[in-house]
Write a protein that binds this ligand. Structure first.
Ligand SMILES: [Zn+2]
Length: 257
C-alpha cells in the first residue's frame, strides 16, 4: 500500500503508519479523503490544522468571516497580521505552508439551506464547528441527503460537546440499524441560545473539542476504533470531567424520520 507514497510522505506520516489501526492502508485512505469544514473559527481552526498535518488529501473550508482581533485568543490558524483578511484565504495559506501535499478549496461563503448540498457534495465527511443553529440544521439536512457522516462540535464558556451523526450513510438500512441525525438530538433551536461572543469561551477548550473533531474524522476515514456515531461526548473543562451519552433516533425527526 505504501508504494504510492513518496519518500517525503513516508517520513512525514511515519508515526501514523506505525499505528496498527492506521498503517499504510489507513494513511492511503486519508490521502484519498475529502473533508469539508463548515466554519474556520475556534473549532474549525485546530481541526483543519490537524487534518492538514495528518495528510487528508483535500480540505474544503467554508466561512464568510474576516479575522478579528478577538478571534486570536483561540483561532490558532491566524496571526496578528491576518486581522481584517478573509478567514478562508488566510487559512488556506497557513495550511498549505504546513503541508503542501494537501489540496485546499476555500469558499468565502455562508452556508445555508439553499447552497449546503452544492458546497458539501463530493466530500467524504463533514465537520461542523459553527455556532448558528440555522447553519447546523442546513449542514445536517445536506449530510443526510448526500449520505455523508457528520461530526459536530460545540463550545461555550467552559463546556464542550462533540458527536458524530451517520443518519446519511445508514439511511437505506433496516430501521434497527439506522443511526440518529443532529436534528434527532436538537429538534428545534433553543429559544435562548447563547453564542461565545455573548457568554465567553476559554480558548484552549476550542482546541480540545476541535482536535477531537479531527480525531473523529481520522478514525472514520481510517476505519479505526469506535467512532462517536450515535453518541455524544460532553466535556466539563472546569470540573475536568468527560462523559458520553447515547443518542437515539427520533422516528418523527423532520430530517431522517
Ligand atoms: Zn433525525
Amino acid at each position: 500500500m505504501s508504494s504510492t507514497f513518496t519518500p517525503d510522505e513516508l517520513e512525514r506520516y511515519a508515526r501514523h503508519i506505525l499505528l496498527k489501526e492506521i498503517g499504510g492502508a489507513g494513511q492511503q485512505r486519508l490521502k484519498a479523503a475529502h473533508v469539508a469544514l463548515v466554519g474556520a473559527g475556534g473549532l474549525g481552526a485546530p481541526a483543519a490544522l490537524y487534518l492538514a498535518a495528518a495528510g487528508v488529501g483535500r480540505l474544503t473550508l467554508i466561512d464568510d468571516d474576516a479575522v478579528s482581533l478577538s478571534n486570536l485568543q483561540r483561532q490558532v490558524l491566524y496571526r496578528s497580521d491576518d486581522v481584517g483578511a478573509p478567514k478562508v484565504a488566510r487559512a488556506a495559506e497557513a495550511l498549505k505552508t504546513l503541508n503542501p501535499n494537501v489540496t485546499i478549496q476555500p469558499y468565502a461563503a455562508r452556508l445555508d439551506a439553499e447552497n449546503a448540498e452544492a458546497l458539501l457534495a463530493g466530500a467524504s465527511i463533514v465537520l461542523d464547528g459553527t455556532d448558528s443553529f440555522e447553519t447546523r440544521f442546513a449542514v445536517n439536512a445536506a449530510c443526510h441527503a448526500l449520505r455523508l457522516p457528520l461530526v459536530s462540535g460545540a463550545v461555550g464558556r467552559w463546556d464542550g460537546q462533540i458527536g458524530a451523526f451517520k443518519s446519511g450513510p445508514t439511511r437505506d438500512r433496516p430501521d434497527a440499524e439506522r443511526l440518529p441525525c443532529y436534528r434527532c438530538f436538537v429538534p428545534a433551536a433553543p429559544p435562548n441560545a447563547e453564542t461565545c461572543a455573548e457568554v465567553g469561551i476559554v480558548g484552549a477548550l476550542t482546541g480540545v473539542i476541535g482536535s477531537m473533531m479531527a480525531l473523529e474524522a481520522i478514525k472514520e476515514i481510517a476505519q479505526a476504533g469506535e467512532t462517536l456515531a450515535g453518541r455524544l461526548m460532553l466535556f466539563d473543562a472546569l470540573g475536568g470531567e468527560a462523559r458520553t451519552v447515547r443518542l437515539s433516533r427520533d422516528p418523527a425527526c423532520p430530517v431522517c424520520g
